[in-house]
Design a protein around this ligand. Sequence first.
Ligand SMILES: *Cc1c(COP(=O)(O)O)cnc(C)c1O
Length: 430
Amino acid sequence: MNYYSLNKQAPYTTFKDAVIRGLAPDKGLYFPETITPLPASFFEDIGQLSYETIAFEAIKQFVVPDIPASILKTIIADTLSFDFPVIPITDNIATLELFHGPTMAFKDVGARFMARCLGYFNENNTNDVTVLVATSGDTGGAVAHGFLNVKGINVVILYPSGKVSHIQEMQLTTLGHNITALEVDGTFDDCQAMVKTAFLDAELCNHMQLTSANSINVARWLPQLFYFMFAYKQLHKTHKELVFSVPSGNFGNVCAGMMAQQLGLPVKHFIAANNANNVVTRYLKDAIYQPHPSVQTISNAMDVGDPSNFVRIQEIYKNSFTTIQEHLSSYSFTDTQTQDALLELYSQYNYVADPHGAVGYLGCKAYLKENPRAYTVFLETAHPTKFLNIVEEVINQKQPLPPQIQAVMGKEKVAIHISTYGDLKTFLMR
Ligand SMILES: *Cc1c(COP(=O)(O)O)cnc(C)c1O
């Protein structure tokens, strides 16, 4: 499978090269040259297939032969060592829980898959690769955990001091080994700007092989399409037409769902559920795509002012505004609405959601108002205890800490303080 850059100014390349580079030389996102639908029998028999088989069949065209089929199977088995249950909430709303992995955010699957791909590509390479990533919270922990002790890979995570939750900070600062946390005096946007500057710094790039581990990387983005297939495996017997409500920030997850649909998965529609960062909600109203600086909300993993994967959605639908509208609706919700939704889910349905999942639930309700016969599934993208203060305050109820979270509490935090790009460069060139 070849990949091309969406900026169309860089040569076609392999899966391997796309994973190692992250971004094409023309700064465009990579996109697969072809998408071949799976046979109808795959979806008819999906109830009998294991998660691992479903994942392998769905992703192999994008990965083999750069990674041989037998190794891809092992990578998938390692990646998917936890559950992805669908939990019904009402007659026409269910949730797909994606937080049962080691850091309790849906990013675990993409980070683990990418780490193992990069580890395979780098097995016989004498030069280390450095994964440089900025995080507003969840990416850091998932990437740190996914890449821990992968040979030949060093991970450097930049996070904004005092702006991630305590649990998130512990998840990314306590692992040691090949993982280094840089605590930045500044905002997430400052962290991201430093990472971007590093990728454009010729002296630095000659000195070391840098790559990114956010959803612009095809190896982190594509495995997210598994979730939608796993939901279908659990729900196909209901013979309902599925509508997925995806709490969206950089739009990697919802865009992966659209790839699953391109592979033939029966999906009726997608909902991008947004917080106050509503570029796409506004775009779908007036066809004008207007990025703006991100604003801080209680669903902070979605505080994105210019979603990087939106160009991939445009590519899937051939840049047709009307086709995008046919497949995607988007709604934006305030923090107050999100808190009310958390409380409603708890008091009426005895379900404890996290703020991101609550935004997804609101997306279902908004869509059902216009389409009362739909069956909607919102993705629960993080475990509620990752946002303990907000959740406990809203539902007025103490939450037990799951074992994955207990394991990092009380460990020693190790982070290097930096303030400027100069500090980052000095650290990397050392
Ligand atoms: C990253 C994240 C999102 C947003 O996912 P995108 O793929 O960037 O749209 C939503 N919820 C949680 C909990 C996340 O960590």
